[in-house]
Structure formats: C-alpha cells, structure tokens
Design a protein around this ligand. Structure first.
Ligand code: CO8
Length: 381
C-alpha cells in the first residue's frame, strides 16, 4: 500500500465532464441482444439440438436494473451496437493527421476543466491520460492531447483499469509535491464500448463511454474561488483474475483470434462483489482515519460506479444509518460503469453544493484488483 501525506498544500482546482450525445436505454439494448440471440439460436439450431452448443438465453431490462442499478448508458456511437447482425460500435478509422477519438474525447473534458480552474495551457507542465484501454500504444494519447492544447512540458499515458483516474490524480499530486510540475492536467477518456461483448448476456449492459479531466495545482497558484485541498492519497493493488481482458498485440504472434474468447471484458461478477466490497470499505476507513476524520463524519463519498448494490453496501459500512444517496451519490443509473471515470463524474456533478471545511473521499475500486483514494477538503480562496 502506498500512502502520501503531503508536505505542501495541493488542490484540485477544476474538473470537466464530457458526456457523449447518444445514449442507449436498457430496453433498447435488451431488444438488440434478444434479436441477436434469436438469430444465433436459429442459425445454430442443429448444433443446439444435438447438445453441441448452448442456446443463447434472453436478457432482461428488469434484471439489469435490479442487479446493477444501471438504466442507460452514453456511447460515442449507438448504431452498430443496436444492429443484431453487428453487435459492436462503428467507429471509423481516422487519418493520422486527425485527432484520434480518445484524444478528442479527452480534449473536450480537458477544456472544461481548464476553464473551471481558470487555467491556460501555459500554466500546465504535465499531462497524464489514464484509462482502462488506450486506443494505441504510441505516440501516447497524452502527448497528442498536450500537442493539441499547446502545452509546453511532458505527458504520458497510464493504465490501471478502474483505478486509472484516482492513480493518475495521485501521480499529479506526487509531481507537484516533488516540484516536478507546477500544475497537472489529468485526463480520463473512457472509450469503453469497443471492449464490450454485446453478444454476452452477462456483461452486455455494464459499460458506457465518457471523458473526465481534472486540474491539480499548488494552492498558491490557484485562482478559482474555491478548490479541493488534497489531504492525502492512498493506493492499493492485489492481483486477481476475476476481471480480465486479454486483448493485446501479442495475439498476432500467438496465432489466436485477437477478438476470440476472453479477449474482451469478462468478469466473475459475484466474486468481484464479495471480495472488493470489504477491501474497499476497509481501505477507505483507514484512509479517512489517517486524515484525522471518522468515516461517519465525512460529508460525501464519491465512489466508483460499477454497481449500486456495491455502493450502498460500502456506504452503509462507512456511514451506518447516515448513509444515503445525497452523501454517496449514484451516477451509474445514467452513465453505467464508465471504468475509472465514475468517481470523478460523481465528484464533478455532486460537489459544488458543499461548504468550506467539508471533507469528502474520491475512491475507485475494481480490476487489478486496484483501489485508489483521495481525501479532500473544500477550501475557499
Ligand atoms: N438478463 C437476465 N438474466 C441474466 C442476465 C441478463 N442480462 N445476466 C445474467 N443473468 C442471470 C445469470 O445467468 C444468473 O442466472 P442463474 O442464477 O440461472 O445462473 C442470474 O441472472 C444471476 O446472475 P449473477 O449471479 O451474475 O447476477 P448478480 O446479481 O451477481 O449481478 C453483476 C451481476 C451486475 C455483474 C454483479 O455481479 C456485479 O455488478 N458485480 C460487481 C462487478 C464489478 O464491480 N465489477 C467491476 C467491473 S470492472 C470495472 O469497473 C472496470 C474494468 C475495466 C474495464 C473498463 C472499461 C472502460
């Protein structure tokens, strides 16, 4: 476990949220899946009859909402996902002199974060792009975004699945703490839809696309009216195969189908639920106490957004009878699971109403397993 008690005052001075214009409801998604399943079962009727192949079962919108809390998800492109003959988004390849899609998504969120923080590109020294998947290996998406914004400094990409946002915020805090950067732009463009197996009933409903960004800087340079002082950061990883994607460039050398079984997102959801909830709750409790507060006194928890039942369980553990949606806001009903971005979406949408002196926790938990948290306090400037 890595802990960081900060020698100087560092703040999150602005965040930005870019939401794709298109969304898909559970009903629409289930209709497309069920039409696909019927086609599949018809096409493979003989093998299914002979017991050589399992028939595809039907999905249900009621199950999805009850088991996960998800009602809809935003996506960059709906069309192909809802085509029972295609079952994946259609995102045309772009020319090399065009901005790539993930950089474009991130750029939109980054501009909003810079505006909110009152910062210009020349104020930023470092850009980190953290996401569960990256569209390519190199040149880094972060360097492409840095170039598009005209930032003089350095940039890099990092991947820690669900904790890519909290871990990249922590890298920003570390860089400012050490003096390596005056201010850091953290961008988390989660382009999740291409990694979803929309033909798999167990996971076709889980993810949505989104981009978030944050500006992290020293308190002295902050020109916003209010900001969130980072009181401490904490990171923890424990290896687990329960959430896995084997998609990668070595498939070509292994002579296997890069889109074959196991290459897209898959999980043992029940095990994840059982193992991650107690780990996340204990992690947050320790971190909050280390920052000098009692978990039940913390004003707001911006938790990872994978499953509403998980969040309610963790919130109850932390706040007892005081737990409610106002103190642990849910955004996954509209956004679904947006990988690492969920806790930052919750922070972006549900933090302006808090008062100076109020404390909160931004926390991710998921694949890796990985858990990342920041204890923050609102300050007036
Ligand atoms: N419709 C109808 N029935 C269904 C469906 C469906 N769509 N799906 C499953 N069922 C059936 C099952 O087959 C099962 O039937 P049976 O009892 O006959 O076997 C029954 O419903 C119950 O299934 P489950 O036990 O799987 O249902 P759960 O209640 O456990 O709910 C969940 C499934 C919602 C997946 C739940 O287990 C869950 O959310 N767990 C937590 C998972 C989690 O947090 N995962 C982390 C996600 S990973 C992440 O956050 C980032 C990963 C990085 C990628 C990011 C890319 C951007």
């Amino acid at each position: 476990m890595s802990e960081n008690k900060l020698p100087r005052s560092i703040v999150i001075s602005g965040t930005g949220l870019w939401t794709p214009p298109e969304s898909i409801s559970n009903e629409e998604l289930v209709d497309a899946y069920n039409a696909h399943a019927a086609l599949y079962n018809r096409k493979n009727a003989a093998k299914i009859e002979a017991g050589e192949l399992a028939a595809k079962p039907e999905s249900s919108a009621e199950f999805i909402e009850k088991a996960s809390g998800i009602k809809s998800r935003f996506v960059v492109s709906r069309e192909g996902i809802l085509d029972p003959e295609r079952m994946r988004p259609y995102l045309p390849e772009r020319a090399e002199d065009e901005l790539c899609l993930q950089a474009e998504m991130g750029l939109k969120a980054a501009k909003l974060a810079l505006e909110k923080a009152g910062k210009k590109p020349e104020d930023i020294d470092m850009v980190v792009v953290g996401a569960s998947y990256l569209q390519r290996a190199y040149p880094a998406i972060a360097i492409e975004t840095q170039g598009a914004l005209g930032i003089d400094g350095f940039a890099f990409d990092m991947e820690v699945a669900c904790s890519s946002a909290t871990f990249s915020l922590q890298r920003a805090v570390d860089a400012i703490s050490s003096g390596a950067a005056r201010a850091v732009l953290v961008i988390n463009p989660e382009l999740a839809s291409p990694q979803v197996d929309y033909t798999d009933r167990d996971s076709h409903f889980i993810f949505g696309d989104v981009a978030v960004a944050s500006v992290v800087e020293r308190r002295e340079s902050c020109s916003a009216d209010s900001a969130w002082e980072v009181l401490g950061t904490r990171a923890k990883t424990v290896y687990s195969n329960n959430i896995r994607s084997n998609f990668g460039y070595t498939a070509r050398a292994a002579d296997v189908d890069p889109f074959g079984p196991g290459k897209l997102f898959r999980q043992n959801g029940r095990k994840v639920f059982k193992e991650v909830c107690p780990m996340a709750a204990a992690h947050i409790e320790d971190h909050v106490r280390e920052a000098g507060s009692e978990p039940a006194e913390v004003r707001r928890y911006w938790l990872h957004q994978a499953n509403i039942n998980m969040n309610n369980l963790i919130a109850k553990k932390l706040m007892g009878d005081g737990a409610n949606e106002e103190r642990a806001p849910i955004v996954l009903d509209r956004y679904a699971n947006t990988g690492c971005a969920g806790s930052v979406i919750a922070f972006n949408l549900h933090s302006d109403d808090l008062q100076p002196g109020d404390r909160g926790v931004i926390c991710s938990f998921g694949a890796g397993y990985s858990i990342g948290s920041l204890v923050v306090e609102k300050i007036a400037l």
